[in-house]
Ligand binder design. Structure first.
Ligand code: PMP
Length: 409
């Protein structure tokens, strides 16, 4: 088997997991690890949550899947209603996809079909900011950071997009604002949309930037009639301290992608939401339909679990959970600032990052964290945690200790 971003065979070999419950992963050799990654940021309620397990069992007894072409079902209807109740108000239509990358493909396809319907097919490129990550499929890769992403491997095969500089951490950088305004203006005739991860750039480098710049991008889109796509796949469902990162600046996108934590980390499912204006234009354009429809679209099992997971966010008081994690990460990671070779320590909601001056030795850092009873998956020069929201203060303190020890190692 091939493992993610790995050679064949993977070296070192992956650790064999037997089971997981709560915030703990159990390895075959009996080792128990607190999962500081929430399984790539998705398992926000932890593993084997009784409410999510019950939702899965109940849905299995009705049907695990049925095609979505010409048929519909209660789990999808319920999930759509729950999603529409929490997303920024102008978003009123939901398209279910199978993964985050596909949700991004769908968002971009929506933007392109929108401009075809508006009789402006030349508007078919995207503007984004450097340092982003939007997935591993081809259109998604084309808007990932051109240096840190995979562009060098696929030169010539990727659609050429327009890249603005990374937005600064602090608000009020006039140079960034005017540079970006010029770029949008210069390319506006060929641009369909601006796509960004709002406030937190995840897999592109765990960078945070001021919400004021998301607002600025919205204003530029409005000025030039472009669509704004927000990729909330990593930031959605409370991770940054607001339900969606767009809420830090009250920015409303035209199209938004969610995924990862949507099913509480149980199954692969994502969604692309859009406004009536986008949906209406596409539906009355050439062909009269949106041209996408994956086999497992709106999978009932995933949808039933996702609906239960959204309810759980509310009953668990996610804001208090994320607030507790934020405080614990700030307190627990502060000692890392004293270490040689640590370039920065930053926290936003339930995201804690130790940035080193040099690249980490992934194997060594992983083993050091494991010796502290914690599962981490560092990359580049970043040791970070995005733990399940249900972590106790003790769990969070253990995660922080492991991160600091790993950075010291
Ligand atoms: N967008 C963002 C912001 C992401 O963080 C990710 C996954 N790390 C994706 C898209 C792609 O999602 P998936 O891995 O589910 O395809």
């Amino acid at each position: 088997m091939w493992h993610p971003y790995a050679a064949m065979p993977a070296s070192p070999a992956p650790y064999l997991v037997d089971s997981a419950s709560g915030v703990r992963i159990r390895l075959r050799d009996g080792t128990e690890l607190i999962d500081g990654m929430a399984s790539w940021w998705a398992a926000i309620h932890g593993y084997r949550h009784p409410v999510l397990d019950a939702a899965a069992h109940a849905q299995l007894d009705r049907m695990s899947h049925v095609m979505f072409g010409g048929l519909t079902h209660e789990p999808a209807i319920k999930l759509s209603e729950e999603l529409l109740a929490i997303v920024p108000a102008p978003l009123r239509r939901v398209f279910f996809a199978d993964s985050g990358s596909v949700a991004v493909e769908v968002a971009i396809k929506m933007a392109l079909q929108y401009w075809q319907a508006c009789d402006r097919p030349a508007r078919n490129r995207l503007l984004t900011i450097r340092g982003g990550y939007h997935g591993d499929t081809f259109m998604a890769m084309s808007v990932c950071d051109p240096v840190g992403g995979m562009h060098h491997l696929f030169t010539g095969a990727l659609t050429e997009q327009v890249f603005a500089p990374m937005p600064p951490v602090e608000a009020g950088d006039e140079q960034w604002r005017s540079q970006t305004a010029d770029l949008v203006e210069r390319h506006s005739d060929s641009l369909a949309a601006v796509i960004v991860e709002p406030v937190v750039q995840g897999a592109g480098g765990m960078r945070f930037y001021s919400p004021a710049y998301v607002d600025h991008l919205r204003a530029l889109c409005d000025r030039h009639g472009l669509l704004l796509i927000l990729d909330e796949i990593a930031t959605g469902f409370g991770r940054t301290g607001t339900m969606f990162a767009a809420e830090h600046s009250a920015t409303s996108p035209d199209i938004m992608c969610v995924g990862k934590a949507l099913t509480g980390g149980y199954l692969s499912m994502a969604a692309t939401l859009c406004t009536d204006a986008v949906a209406d234009a596409i539906s009355s354009g050439p062909g009269g339909a949106f041209m996408h429809g994956p086999t497992f679209m709106a999978n009932p099992l995933a949808a039933a679990i996702a609906a239960a997971s959204l309810e759980l966010l509310h009953t668990n008081d996610w804001k208090a959970q994320v607030g507790r994690a934020e405080t614990a990460l700030k307190d627990g990671l502060a000692p890392a600032l004293e270490l040689d070779g640590v370039a920065d320590v930053r926290v936003c909601g339930a995201i804690g990052v130790i940035e080193l001056a040099d690249a980490v030795d992934v194997d060594r850092v992983t083993r050091r964290a494991m010796s502290e009873g914690v599962w981490l998956r560092p990359f580049r020069n970043l040791i970070y945690a995005m733990p399940p929201y249900i972590c106790t203060e003790d769990d969070l303190a253990t995660i922080c200790r492991a991160m600091v020890a790993a950075a010291a190692a």
